[in-house]
Design a protein around this ligand. Structure first.
Ligand SMILES: NC(=O)c1ccc[n+]([C@@H]2O[C@H](COP(=O)([O-])OP(=O)(O)OC[C@H]3O[C@@H](n4cnc5c(N)ncnc54)[C@H](O)[C@@H]3O)[C@@H](O)[C@H]2O)c1
Length: 383
């Protein structure tokens, strides 16, 4: 039996990974460590927590006592570190928190894993570790910086982060590499492009646009909407991490991407037409519309005909500071070495995702109460 420490398991990708693992592998134990920040929600994993294979610990990855206690109580085989402050806009507002969680938190996990996994020393003084243990750092394509019109990020592309978020993720990657080089700690790093899918916190582009449509709000798009991101369905990312954990070569970095580049404005237009079509097809989906919008001043009455869901809702807002122009991943290495490829076509994944949001408005309301309202007001005002 393998025992996993999954950090950030109550967040978007971490929770999807927990669900993926529980379905894929029978003989496992998952210890989820999550500090339940605004981005983490126990509601996201409530059914998983009923599974006897799962233990939840609330705590900070930077808290050495909590992490030590976990390693003391459970003989952890794999650490998969999803826990992070993950939103670029928030990093522009409060960079220090990003450095604390993303860099120092990562270093704390590495240090305690190293301590508990060490069984002795070799003749050169390097630690010798328990067999078949591994630390996997979940990183991002943003560490490579920004691309022009052409080209792709490969694993050897120089690191060139631009935002406080990407700089903190780069710092984390470098300390992971340092533990691999200096102490021979068995590690992998995965660098993935933008994920989309169920349980995505509605401050990020796709769920934010869906949420705003349902509330009859304007749809804010940064700059002229021409920034390009490479979108991957979250389950495909989870599958890649599982494959790297089980079969990735020790010490290696793997890029994960969907070969699916889209301009932000294309994504927004696609969401508008998909929501409208789904509501035309199935009247039940109109129940997701918020007639009691949080904005009582609107006193919304949605017309029966969903034609009002159209591109007139789009409003271009002042561009994000230092907004990276284009990201695009070359995933050839993971495909060649491990046989991974993105299974979910974007056309299908986006419809699946939008249906999920239309059918799971309770979840959206649960995670966006409280802190989120203040944050939205601060970023976009009354739009
Ligand atoms: N979302 C993407 O498109 C994307 C793409 C590539 C890589 N990544 C990386 O994947 C990881 C997960 O991203 P996500 O989108 O699921 O993020 P998220 O913001 O949805 O979730 C982060 C989770 O980490 C928890 N957390 C935050 N600080 C913590 C701390 N100090 N200690 C313990 N728990 C803490 C939060 O409570 C939350 O549950 C991150 O490391 C991110 O950098 C994300």
């Amino acid at each position: 039996m393998k025992i996993y420490l999954v950090t950030g398991g109550a967040g978007f990708i971490g929770a999807n990974f927990v669900k993926y693992l529980l379905k894929k592998h029978r003989n496992i134990r998952l210890i989820i460590l999550d500090d339940l920040t605004y981005a983490g929600n126990l509601g996201t994993i409530k059914t998983d927590l009923k599974d006897q294979r799962v233990v939840f610990v609330k705590g900070n990855i930077g808290d050495s006592e909590i992490v030590t206690n976990i390693f003391r109580e459970y003989p952890i085989d794999y650490v998969v570190n999803f826990a992070a402050e993950s939103h670029v806009d928030r990093s522009i507002e409060n960079p220090q928190l990003f450095l604390q969680t993303n860099i120092l938190g990562t270093q704390n996990l590495l240090d305690i894993a190293k301590k508990f996994w060490t069984t002795g020393k070799d003749e050169n003084g390097y630690p010798v570790y328990r067999e078949k243990v591994k630390y996997l750092q979940v990183s991002t394509d943003e560490v490579y910086g920004s691309l022009g019109e052409t080209g792709y990020f490969t694993e050897t592309t120089p690191l060139d982060p631009r935002s406080p978020y990407s700089a903190s993720k780069t710092g984390a990657d470098l300390i992971v590499v340092a533990y691999s080089e200096t102490y021979k700690l068995p590690i992998n790093i995965t660098r993935c492009s933008n994920n989309y899918g169920p349980y995505h916190f509605p401050e990020k582009l796709i769920p934010l646009i869906i949420k705003n449509i349902l509330e009859g709000k304007k749809l804010p798009v940064y700059g002229d909407g021409s920034n390009v991101r490479d979108w991957l369905y979250v389950e495909d990312h989870c599958k890649a991490i599982d494959m790297v954990l089980l079969n990735g070569r020790i010490g290696e970095i793997y890029n994960i991407g969907g070969h699916n580049e889209k301009k932000n404005i294309e994504i927004v237009k696609l969401i508008i037409s998909t929501v409208r079509n789904l509501m035309e097809e199935n009247k039940d989906y109109r129940k997701a519309l918020k007639t009691n919008s949080s904005r009582s001043d609107l006193n919304l009455q949605f017309p029966d005909n969903p034609d009002w869901i159209n591109e007139d809702l789009i409003t271009f807002v002042k561009d994000r500071l230092g907004h990276d122009k284009r990201y695009a991943i070359d995933p050839a290495k993971i495909t060649k070495e491990l046989g991974w490829y993105p299974e979910t076509k974007f056309e299908n994944g986006i419809v699946k995702t939008i249906r999920w949001y239309l059918e799971n408005q309770d979840w959206v309301e649960e995670v966006t109460s409280g802190d989120y309202q203040n944050y939205y007001q601060q970023m976009y005002g009354d739009r």
